[in-house]
Design a protein around this ligand. Structure first.
Ligand SMILES: *Cc1c(COP(=O)(O)O)cnc(C)c1O
Length: 455
């Protein structure tokens, strides 16, 4: 078989056998599949040898770029010892070392590490812990959760129950457990119709009234700190997070912070909750945990929560939860190497100049006729495209505006994925200034071209 026909073969098989996540396959099969074969640094290369900037860190998880030597080597070293061994019963070296490391870098007090393999499971674990904590404490009515509109915590049925994105979560509503949704502090489209300048965080008052009326029945509040990712890269106003922490304390409700996206430097701090000196009762981590190499997640809890599960074997207070690949040695070894890079390359110290640079460069987007809102938190940025800036009228879903901008960007060598009509920019932190320039230039041009075609 010649090279050409093999590539065509792969494209055919992809359409024939693969069902892609979050993808309308009827549209997908009309396009030529982009088949990535290799990558290096911030670049991905397809089977034709064409290069693309990885503008969304391979779905928000890659931190140090691809084929990062230190992580590659750590995995190879571990592979020469053992690939997988269970944590149900025995333990293993990388899992122990990583747990210690996570407890050391986490906000003070989060000292117990429970592993799983993805963000959804990390949150399932967190919610089961919170629920059962109150059962063990004798407050058996505390069975419900509070979450935010536009929130996203995963795609399993439990995490969808606390999800707040109507188009993802609406269809499965009959399957969910009871959740109270509080308004999201989405300032560009304030759900309370207020102006951020003088609202005094009225959304916290709404949250308070939910907690006040229902706290007897509420186990925990779960939310994404500082930035709601999949809901549209909604950047929260200062004070919202610390305000939430205070309210949860006041009403005896546990706070679960989902740092699956925001963890490991994405927002400029190791964890987003550090921006407001908030310590949750439970914190969940996944995407960036090992630099985006392989599935791994962790749920961190306080001693207080951990201790509630201790008792005699026959008391059945055990936390009956665990996944087959829990604490996988390869994933943990990669994570340890990633942690090592944070120290060796002074990542958090170096991020600040990059964040500033991104902020300066994003100003250029204000001149685009259809860039309604430009948001940034650390190295996470988003541009909300609107049909009409003055009225904030959104694009019609039928226009597939975000997808069309992405297809244009792809032509120009940038791989991105939209959230509806919201364009996301989230490169690996290791991106250099001139590469960031190229990314933003392509993004700018793609938005300009596609939005002009439409109007
Ligand atoms: C991606 C994401 C999840 C889900 O993680 P998966 O690994 O895709 O299951 C949960 N919470 C947040 C904030 C996320 O961004």
């Amino acid at each position: 078989m010649t090279q050409k026909t093999y590539q065509e073969q792969l494209q055919t098989w992809d359409k024939q056998y693969l069902w892609h996540p979050f993808t309308q396959m009827q549209d997908y099969i009309k396009e030529t599949p982009l088949i990535i074969e290799e990558g290096s640094g911030i670049f991905l290369k397809d089977i034709d040898g064409k290069e693309y900037i990885d503008g969304i860190s391979s779905m928000w998880c890659n931190l140090h770029g691809h084929r990062k030597k230190e992580i590659d080597d750590a995995i190879k070293r571990q592979l020469d010892k053992i690939a997988h061994t269970t944590l149900l019963g025995p333990t293993n070296i990388p899992a122990i070392e990583l747990a210690k490391k996570l407890a050391e870098i986490a906000p003070q007090g989060l000292t117990k590490v429970f592993y799983s393999d993805n963000g959804s499971t990390a949150n399932e674990v967190a919610m089961k812990m919170a629920f059962q904590y109150w059962q063990h404490k004798g407050l058996k009515a505390k069975t419900q959760f509070v979450a935010l509109q536009h929130g996203y915590h995963g795609d399993t049925i439990g995490t969808m129950s606390v999800g707040g994105i109507e188009i993802f979560h609406g269809a499965f509503r009959p399957l969910y457990f009871k959740t109270h949704l509080a308004p999201s502090p989405y300032c560009y489209r304030c759900p309370l119709g207020k102006q951020p300048k003088n609202c005094s965080l009225a959304c916290l008052e709404e949250l308070e009234s939910i907690l006040k009326d229902n706290s007897r029945g509420i186990a925990a509040m779960i939310m994404e700190p500082m930035v709601q990712g999949a809901g549209g890269m909604i950047v929260h106003p200062a004070g919202y997070l610390s305000g939430t922490r205070a309210l949860c304390k006041k009403y005896n409700v546990l706070l679960i912070l989902d740092e699956v996206l925001t963890g490991f430097g994405r927002t400029g701090r190791m964890f987003a909750c550090l921006h407001e000196n908030v310590v949750p009762d439970i914190m969940t981590l996944s995407k960036g945990i090992n630099g985006g190499y392989m599935p791994l997640a962790a749920t961190l809890a306080t001693e207080e929560i951990y201790h509630a599960f201790l008792g005699k074997y026959a008391d059945l207070k055990t936390f009956f939860h665990g996944h087959t690949y829990t604490g996988n040695p390869l994933g943990c070894a990669a994570a340890l190497a990633s942690m090592g890079l944070f120290e060796k390359e002074h990542i958090l110290e170096n991020l600040e100049t990059k964040i500033q640079y991104l902020q300066t460069r994003l100003k250029q987007f204000e001149s685009l006729e259809h860039a309604g809102d430009i948001r940034q938190c650390g190295l996470i940025a988003a541009i909300e495209l609107v049909k009409d800036k003055s009225t904030k009228e959104p694009y019609d879903w039928k226009e597939r505006i975000g997808i069309r901008v992405c297809l244009e960007a792809r032509k120009q060598g940038l791989l991105i994925r939209p959230l509806g009509h919201i364009m996301v920019i989230m490169p690996p932190w290791s991106i250099k200034e001139h590469e960031l320039d190229r990314l933003l230039n392509i993004m700018y041009e793609s938005v300009r071209i596609v939005t002009q075609e439409t109007t």
